[in-house]
Design a protein around this ligand. Structure first.
Ligand code: THU
Length: 134
């Protein structure tokens, strides 16, 4: 599996029907690979109190972290919409916590998946170094 984009996108697509999105009806699924090659998936989980809803990317990342992962090697995301899907700002900041700036994020799109790095998605992001942390 490693970081093959098509395999990772396919895995995310296979999870899409587990998305819980009765309010937006916009289904999203994500797959992450950690630095040991372990794969974790997530779907968006909405709530009737809309602000409590959680994006697929963060569900996948938090699942990886809960399993002991600390470094993410790649992420893929797909959605039920026809267009290119790119992660929201909150997910970009969470991803930057666990992924190096050159880690690739594969975003499903008609045709070939779109490739962005973490630093392209979150340039000039808030970083631990700003707090004097390693
Ligand atoms: N959503 C995600 O899961 N990931 C994104 O990157 C963008 C948006 C979800 C949140 C909400 O459940 C639905 O898509 C519509 O915004």
């Amino acid at each position: 599996m490693a970081t093959d984009p098509h395999a990772l996108i396919r895995l995310a697509r296979e999870c899409l029907d587990r998305s819980y999105a009765p309010y937006s009806r916009f289904h999203v699924a994500a797959a992450v690979v950690d630095d040991s090659g372990r794969v974790f998936t997530g779907v968006n989980v909405e709530n009737i109190s809309y602000g409590l809803s959680m994006c697929a990317e963060r569900v996948a990342i938090f699942s990886a972290v809960a399993a002991g992962a600390r470094r993410i090697a790649a992420l893929a995301v797909t959605g039920s919409g026809a267009d290119l899907l790119s992660p929201c700002g909150a997910c970009r900041q969470v991803l930057a916590e666990f992924a190096a700036p050159d880690v690739v994020v594969w975003c499903d799109a008609p045709g070939e998946p779109h490739r962005w790095t973490v630093s392209e998605l979150l340039p000039h992001g808030f970083a631990a170094s700003r707090l004097g942390k390693p």
